[in-house]
Design a protein around this ligand. Structure first.
Ligand code: PFF
Length: 460
């Protein structure tokens, strides 16, 4: 048995809040609504929920289990479980691929978007949105995109905050912050839904979100739904393995994974309910892409009484949700550096954070200086998913539609076929034979098969 190098969560609640904090982030409030918008609404939502239950939940259980068994960084934990199961230690590459290509790749642009949120906190507090209509809100966002130094600045600020929190160690400050701020986020979101429900576009939004039009479902749309499920649950990039490593032996993994998956999905759907009524009320475009919440919500904040305060609080909460996610994106690489290279936590956080910042600049420039540079044009790829294939679009696609689905496939195959069943059963401590068989069956047969089909069909 490897020796644990990490601390543990102070309680089961602390763990749950941290895991929910990692799952709930920009993926729910910023990304889910615009992806639903781009992919035709409610049929997408149904496919998404199906993936969360059939694939997300079992993979989440697998990640927590591997982490708690391994008690090390994601790379090493996968190796420990592989070796204990009599399988090749090279399975560790699944952990490494996730933590670096996935975690740091994702953090690079996650931080840019979170930087927009930070900038919008100041704009909201300054009352910038007062009297906004859809043209004014779109203009403001365009001006923000075009202001390269500002975009770089906020991206830097956000990465710096992430580095500082991870560098100091997550428990003390973070556990407390998340426990207080996550419920607050929920209250603000629900109040926003309350406001949206009074707008004239509410009925249309409900139709859009809950009356499925299955003709919109193509293999590519399914792949996007799968990538979004992994993105939103925080899977396949080492995070949940790393968090599992700090988990005490008496925590019920299956139940915890269920709570994380259910809360995450609920918050995504609630965000949709807050945003789409505004899209319809103000005749905005549901498929407009990453700018969606910035153009819709600012109009609402500009029109409603007390909008400046509400808006400031909202963007503040969103920033917090982003931070509780970004630290979990940096953690896998940092814990690996610490353990492997024997370097201090601060140095590790600085190196990994600097890498994410550097790569993130490619995304920042995609919105201004380099918006016309299409890196894959050489290979004849000038569009991805209907968007011009600039660095940001390519990176986003690469992480969500390639790294994450393949990472999920590798994890399911590893757990279902190469990890010892006895070890898993023992680690899960599941007295319920049926539940174990169900989860194991999902991991062994359903996940690999479904993932293979969706990946292949979605990519060709
Ligand atoms: N789940 C986060 C969100 O929805 O914003 C993003 C994320 C965090 C993805 C942690 C992956 C991860 F490991």
């Amino acid at each position: 048995m490897a020796i644990s190098v990490h601390q543990h969560w102070s309680s089961r609640f602390a763990f749950l809040f941290a895991a929910v904090g990692s799952a709930v982030g920009l993926g729910n409030i910023w990304r889910f609504p615009y992806i639903v918008g781009e992919n035709g609404g409610s049929a997408f939502v149904l496919v998404y929920i199906g993936f969360v239950i059939l694939i997300g939940w079992p993979v989440l259980v697998a990640e927590f289990t591997i982490g708690r068994r391994g008690q090390m960084s994601p790379v090493k934990s996968v190796e420990v479980v592989a070796v204990e199961s009599g399988s090749s230690r090279h399975w560790k590459w699944v952990g490494a691929w996730g933590a670096f290509a996935g975690g740091l790749g994702l953090l690079s642009f996650y931080s840019m978007i979170a930087g927009w949120v930070l900038a919008y906190i100041i704009k909201a507090a300054a009352g910038t949105f007062a009297g906004f209509d859809s043209t004014a809100s779109a203009d403001l966002l365009d001006r923000h995109y075009a202001n390269t130094p500002m975009m770089v600045f906020w991206h830097l600020v956000f990465i710096a905050i992430t580095i500082v929190i991870v560098g100091r160690g997550v428990q003390a400050g973070l556990e407390k912050a998340v426990t207080f701020l996550m419920p607050l986020l929920l209250i603000i979101l629900v109040s926003l839904v309350g406001y949206s429900a009074t707008t004239s576009g509410f009925g249309q939004a409900i139709d859009f979100l809950f009356t499925p039009d299955f003709s919109r479902i193509t293999p590519a749309v399914m792949l996007t739904a799968l990538g979004q499920a992994f993105f939103s649950l925080g899977l396949t990039v080492g995070t949940m393995i790393a968090y599992g490593a700090y988990l005490s032996k008496d925590t019920n993994i299956v139940k915890s994974a269920g709570i994380v998956a259910a809360s995450d999905t609920a918050i995504a759907v609630i965000s949709g309910l807050a945003i789409f009524p505004l899209v319809y009320t103000y005749q905005l475009e549901p498929g407009e892409g990453p700018g969606l919440i910035f153009t819709t919500l600012t109009v609402a904040f500009g029109q409603m009484p007390g909008g400046a305060i509400f808006g400031t609080l909202f963007f503040l909460m969103l920033a917090v949700a982003a931070i509780t996610s970004s630290i979990s994106l940096l953690e896998p690489a940092v814990s690996y550096f610490e353990e492997r290279q024997g370097i201090g936590r601060w140095t590790a956080a600085l190196i990994a954070g600097a890498a994410a910042f550097g790569v993130g600049l490619l995304s920042v420039f995609s919105f201004n200086e380099w918006s016309d540079i299409l890196p894959l044009a050489l290979f004849g790829i000038t569009e991805v998913g209907g968007q011009p294939a600039n660095f940001y679009v390519v990176l986003n696609f690469f992480v969500s539609n390639i790294v994450m689905p393949f990472g999920g496939l590798a994890l399911a195959v590893f757990t279902g076929w190469f990890a010892s069943r006895k070890l898993l059963r023992e680690e899960l401590g599941l007295p319920d034979a049926f539940l174990f068989k169900l989860l194991y069956g999902l991991l062994k047969f359903v996940c690999p098969l479904a993932l293979l089909i969706v990946i292949i069909a979605g990519l060709i």
